[in-house]
Write a protein that binds this ligand. Structure first.
Ligand SMILES: Cc1cc2nc3c(=O)[nH]c(=O)nc-3n(C[C@H](O)[C@H](O)[C@H](O)COP(=O)(O)OP(=O)(O)OC[C@H]3O[C@@H](n4cnc5c(N)ncnc54)[C@H](O)[C@@H]3O)c2cc1C
Length: 604
């Protein structure tokens, strides 16, 4: 009797607890937040509910502040939740619950996206913050590394440098860039001419699709192709990359040469003509900036030779005697930062410090720095590829335009070498043979007021417009990793013809492969296996913007899986074994979510 009473009392207490919890949730959380929390709590095998932060959580703001490497959108949309999984298994409930409730997911690795698409959206969304998934396993026998996609480039370089002095990886320059975003968009850097892009050195990848399935290269070669330059977020959550490490000499030489643009036109044009044809071990990139009190346009040749000084000097005498670099210049004790020429013989990892403007004597730990900068730096960027040298009139225009603004920069990175040997269709990054160099344009500011940011962006747009005659045409191409939403978004218009305008800029002919064929779907032999692409609705900032229409299907005769594009605006419901049914759907945020709920209810 007492036991029964105690049980009844316990039961009432439990009901009371649930009631109080519901009241508490209702008071503190919106309907969508409650739904998400409830859904996540049903996945008892994962701890994700402990690693979820809402705007009231003390850590929410600091995670978001660290995420927003370009804080231009600080005052705009914020995630309704940040999910910071500590294990891969914790990602699955986030995907499945967001899908069920109709929330978008924004996948954030290093947070460097130029347009902030990893941490903002105009629809309610969850930010999947991968920065805790940063494990790196190096296998020196196989000369490979498994790298979780939340690891930064700095963490990868650190792990390599700790194990070997003669291995490196052709990543990029900035240590805090995430391997998730950088590699899935391509990955250009100082080793590109010798070894290709970061994406060219991926030998396998593990990713989670929209149904929470884990796929690797063997399971889906098409998808493996797509995520090596086609942008990751369109296809799923990349969990980890298997990278091929490359061999670097124990001694490499770094050097920089400063000049004024107006007195160095000949040198500039020479650089344009030969930098892509130099021996692969020699990489000379060019930064053009508007600096100093005199407000002059400056040229800064930032360079690396994969070998010792004694090999470099004769090469420079042959190709760039104008640099006037002598052996002695490379063994000076003290050279000042602004010196006209500087040169050092260092290890490969020290050359990474140099490219990122860190002291070459810095401890390795500088690669792991995760402090949030106290001074905010806002910027806008865009890009071009150049196929023929820019004529004198073009450089005059650049100099004139640069002198109108403070804080502009162009970074010119030579291609050629290994990049010429890789076919345009090998990966989605198609800018191979025939391209001399890539231009990255940026303009920065520290006061994000409406008037300043508008003025700065107008300046960049004007420069971009004026560059048109001098850069690759039909299409005018661009590099996905320097994303520019000025090319268009699918915010108002989901048509294929519109998506093609920016799709072909980034991917040329490979856009069609990414898009694949609608025709396949009309065949009864094709069955939808899973929706591999994220968040069918409102993906206005998706990497390739049309990607929400891509689905993974399996051919029932051959069992071969394929990625296809079903065209827009169509929707295939993402359930296994349900035949392909195409349904036009409302694409505005609210309409879509209620429509989706209806579909889910009718199918359950
Ligand atoms: C200071 C600076 C220096 C840079 N230097 C270089 C350079 O040297 N070379 C170069 O090539 N590029 C460079 N970039 C560009 C950079 O490669 C891109 O901005 C890249 O997308 C950043 O990746 P992230 O993971 O840091 O960014 P995020 O903003 O986290 O992600 C960028 C995109 O990738 C998606 N994404 C991220 N992780 C995953 C994942 N695990 N699965 C699926 N999708 C994912 C995001 O959703 C978003 O669409 C630089 C950018 C900056 C700001």
């Amino acid at each position: 009797m007492l036991l029964l009473f105690q049980r009844e009392e316990m039961g009432s207490l439990q009901i009371l607890f649930v009631l109080l919890l519901s009241l508490f949730l209702a008071k503190c959380y919106s309907h969508e937040q409650q739904e998400l929390l409830h859904c996540l709590s049903t996945y008892s095998e994962s701890n994700i509910t402990q690693n979820i932060y809402n705007p009231n959580s003390p850590t929410y703001t600091s995670i978001l502040e660290y995420a927003q490497k370009n804080p231009r959108w600080w005052n705009s949309s914020h995630p309704i939740f940040i999910a910071s999984p500590r294990t891969e298994a914790e990602i699955r409930p986030v995907i499945l619950c967001s899908k069920k409730i109709g929330l978008q997911i924004k996948i954030k690795s290093g947070g460097h996206d130029y347009e902030g698409i990893s941490f903002r959206s105009e629809s309610p969304f969850v930010m999947l913050d991968l920065s805790n998934l940063n494990e790196i396993k190096i296998d020196l026998n196989e000369e490979t590394a498994w790298v979780q996609a939340g690891a930064t480039l700095g963490e990868l370089y650190y792990a390599i440098a700790k194990r070997s002095k003669v291995h490196g990886f052709p990543g990029g320059v900035c240590f805090s860039v995430g391997t998730g975003g950088l590699i899935s968009g391509g990955g250009l850097g100082s080793l590109t001419r010798k070894f290709g892009l970061a994406a060219d050195n991926v030998v396998d990848a593990r990713m989670m699709d929209v149904n929470g399935n884990i796929l690797d290269r063997e399971m889906n070669e098409d998808l493996f192709w797509a995520v090596r330059g086609g942008g990751g977020a369109s296809f799923g959550v990349i969990l980890a990359w298997k990278l091929k490490l490359v061999r670097v000499p124990e001694k490499v030489t770094i050097f920089s040469i400063h000049r004024k643009l107006n007195s160095s036109r000949d040198l500039l044009q020479k650089w344009e003509n030969i930098s892509h044809q130099l021996p692969e071990n020699l990489f000379i990139r060019l930064l053009i900036q508007n600096g100093g009190v005199e407000r002059q346009v400056e040229l800064f040749f930032q360079s690396q030779y994969l070998g010792p000084v004694d090999e470099l000097i004769p090469l420079l005498r042959q190709y760039f005697p104008e640099f006037d670099l002598e052996r002695n210049d490379c063994f000076q004790e003290n050279t000042t930062a602004g010196a006209v020429k500087r040169c050092y013989e260092v290890s490969w990892i020290q050359s990474a410090f140099y490219f990122y403007f860190r002291k070459i004597t810095s401890p390795l730990e500088v690669l792991l720095d995760k402090t949030i900068p106290t001074q905010k730096h806002y910027y806008k960027g865009t890009s071009d590829f150049v196929k023929t040298p820019i004529p004198e009139s073009g450089w005059e225009m650049i100099e004139r335009t640069f002198l109108e603004e403070a804080g502009p920069r162009m970074i010119l990175e030579p291609l050629g070498g290994k990049m010429n040997e890789i076919s345009e269709s090998e990966t989605p990054f198609s800018h191979r043979k025939g391209n001399l160099y890539n231009i990255q344009y940026t303009v920065g500011w520290s006061d994000n007021s409406e008037s300043i940011s508008t003025q700065k962006m107008a300046w960049l747009r004007k420069l971009y417009k004026e560059m048109e005659p001098y850069v690759a045409k039909s299409p005018r191409t661009a590099y996905l990793n320097y994303r520019d939403l000025d090319f268009g978004t699918n915010q108002e218009d989901y048509s294929y013809s519109k998506a093609k305008m920016w799709g072909e800029k980034y991917f040329n002919g490979n856009f069609e492969r990414l898009r694949s064929l609608l025709v396949l779907l009309s065949s009864p032999a094709i069955q939808v296996r899973s929706l591999t692409v994220f968040w069918v609705s409102n993906c206005q900032f998706c990497a390739i913007h049309i990607s929400f229409s891509m689905v993974e299907v399996v051919d029932q005769d051959t069992s071969a899986p394929r990625i296809i594009d079903v065209g827009n605006p169509l929707y295939i419901h993402p359930f296994d074994s349900v035949g392909a049914s195409l349904v036009p759907i409302p694409f505005d945020g609210v309409g879509y979510r209620s429509w989706r709920r209806g579909v889910l209810q009718s199918l359950s």
